[in-house]
Design a protein around this ligand. Structure first.
Ligand code: SF4
Length: 324
């Protein structure tokens, strides 16, 4: 059974305008998305900013309610949970946020910050809290003496380590990592990614890793889902996405990754125009206004996410593939 199963999930935000705040349509942030994540796997979720990936991450962890569809955690729909079940679920599904500084209370010491979850979930009295926090800090590459310090005394990378310590403190099963390294220097990014990989192996964690950067996602993901305007347009194992991608949008994203060897020339595909409004997505294929292969059918009919390679579990939503 997959740890996470997302079935036809929709999340629309109503838009109100004018003095009387009359309803004026919706923002289609997540629009009919389905996928699974197996135990111990990392699913990378990639796309430009505004494509709906953070909203999807928040729906998965129950931080946002759904408009329609299901999110099943170990087979059970999280939107049908009562408050007790929801509290249990929140123990098992955690989030690592993008900005470690914003997500840590500047007035609290690291010990107070990390202690909070044990108090909320009534675990504090059952353990030696100082020892527990010291072990946690060492696990993420910090010192046990750091527990008496405040967030401003740490670098960006160290603060993200504290964010990771908080996420793993109650032995979760699933962690949604929402752009966890995008605010960090490149030199620090790889250290944090390696830490996440080490913890995944030690604790048998399952990750959903959200990023706008395909180079970062490549480093950590087993499978990758590419999102565009609230939809998944391609999903496959990481190797297929990098070497046998089928969707023109994935191709354009990959062409923007710089190569480490300056002697190797690579043709960059520049996407024309701006990302269309998610409030008013184009008819047919949502990518047709920027795609260099647009055909008449693309402007009229929305392509379904169809299986292209069963062995690689490679799905793509593009009329070009249907013609092959
Ligand atoms: Fe491009 Fe058409 Fe494929 Fe959309 S369906 S990605 S417009 S070729």
């Amino acid at each position: 059974m997959p740890v996470l199963e997302v079935v036809n999930l929709k999340k629309y935000f109503p838009v109100h305008k004018g003095v009387f705040l009359r309803p004026k349509g919706f923002i289609y942030a997540v629009d009919d998305i389905s996928f699974i994540v197996k135990q111990g796997e990392t699913l990378g979720l990639v796309g430009e900013s505004g494509c709906g990936k953070t909203t999807l991450g928040r729906c998965i962890t129950g931080l946002y309610d759904k408009t329609d569809g299901h999110v099943k955690f170990c087979g059970e729909d999280i939107f049908s949970f009562n408050s007790k079940q929801l509290k249990e679920f929140r123990l098992k599904a955690q989030v690592i946020f993008q900005d470690p500084y914003e997500s840590l209370d500047a007035r609290q010491t690291i010990k107070e910050i990390l202690k909070e979850k044990y108090i909320i979930h009534k675990k504090e009295s059952k353990i030696n809290i100082d020892e527990e926090i010291a072990t946690l800090l060492e696990k993420v590459g910090l010192q046990r003496t750091d527990m008496s310090k405040f967030p401003h005394e740490f670098s960006g990378g160290q603060r993200q380590r504290i964010g990771i310590a908080r996420a793993i403190s109650l032995n979760p099963e699933l962690i949604v990592c929402d752009e966890p390294v995008s605010a960090l220097d490149v030199s620090v990014q790889s250290k944090i990614l390696n830490l996440l990989l080490k913890l995944q192996e030690e604790m048998k964690l399952t990750y959903v890793f959200i990023s706008h950067d395909l180079a970062v996602v490549k480093h950590i993901s087993d499978r990758i889902a590419v999102m565009y305007l609230g939809k998944i347009v391609e999903i496959a194992d990481a190797d297929s996405i990098y070497n046998k991608h089928l969707h023109p949008y994935t191709e354009a994203l990959l062409s923007a990754i710089p190569l480490p060897d300056p002697k190797i020339k690579k043709r960059r595909i520049i996407l024309k125009g701006e990302l269309p409004s998610i409030q008013n997505p184009p008819k047919g294929c949502r990518f047709h206004t920027r795609c260099r292969h647009t055909m008449a059918v693309c402007k009229e009919e929305e392509p379904g996410l169809l299986l292209n390679n069963r062995e690689k579990e490679h799905y793509v939503a593009c009329h070009l593939q249907e013609l092959k």
